[in-house]
Design a protein around this ligand. Structure first.
Ligand code: DX5
Ligand code: ZN
Length: 227
């Protein structure tokens, strides 16, 4: 069982309510919500007001990916705005353990995001506090970039750590991938251990007039099964 999380970074921002309803109808499991601050990453996107605005349009969870520095002040705001999952980059928080705890204290699932060059060892001492681990398969900041192939080895390594943790009695941890996920590479990404797939341009690049989102998502799911 995999989860598909279309990233609204590639949606039509002038029709965001319609766009999130369309991906829910087309079978999305989560709305991936990319928050960029022009400081931690060189781009500027959307904040809690937009999260609150789309919340009533869908029942599926909102997966907030914070590419901001600092992190903590935004957590209560996103929790209040209806976020279900909040992930952040460890480099952007002075106190990673405290930030993870803060997210759970606000009733959301908490996760760490690993940039292509960030070591997985940063999760070692906070495994108990993680609901999700997100590996970036592009450098964060923009949609439509190419999948970095070395992410596959990193996924296998992350999967091993998570399996060891759960086999030792730890809580389940989702393994998410973000960046360059397409119909033609999703099989190898899932085979390497991912269970939650972000796809921005792959989904929203399809024309929605004739059920295009549904067609792409069905292809993603079908290919994900071919491992
Ligand atoms: C990049 C974002 C991604 C992006 C993915 O910084 O975190 O979520 O929207 O877009 P695609 O799927 O087009 O690579
Ligand atoms: Zn993202």
């Amino acid at each position: 069982m995999i989860r598909l999380a279309p990233s609204i970074l590639s949606a039509d921002f002038a029709r965001l309510g319609e766009e999130v309803r369309a991906i829910e109808t087309a079978g999305a499991d989560l709305v991936h919500f990319d928050v960029m601050d022009n400081h931690y990453v060189p781009n500027l996107t959307i904040g809690p007001l937009v999260c609150e605005a789309i919340r009533p349009h869908v029942k599926i969870g909102i997966d907030v990916h914070l590419m901001v520095e600092p992190v903590d002040a935004l957590i209560p705001l996103f929790a209040k705005a209806g976020a279900n999952i909040i992930t952040f980059h460890p480099e952007a928080s002075r106190h990673v353990d405290r930030t993870l705890q803060l997210i759970r204290d606000h009733g959301c699932k908490a996760g760490l995001v690993f940039n292509p060059a960030t070591s997985l060892s940063l999760m070692d001492h906070v495994m108990d506090r993680l609901d999700i681990v997100l590996l970036m398969s592009v450098n964060p900041g923009f949609g439509g970039q190419k999948f970095i192939p070395s992410t596959l080895d990193k996924l296998r390594a992350a999967r091993q750590r998570i399996t060891a943790h759960t086999e030792a009695g730890g809580q389940p941890i989702w393994l998410e991938v973000d960046g360059g996920v397409k119909v033609d590479n999703i099989a190898e990404i899932v085979a390497a251990g991912a269970d939650t797939l972000v796809a921005g341009s792959a989904v929203f690049g399809a024309p929605d007039n004739d059920g295009g989102y549904r067609t792409v998502m069905q292809q993603l799911r079908k290919n994900a099964g071919k491992t």
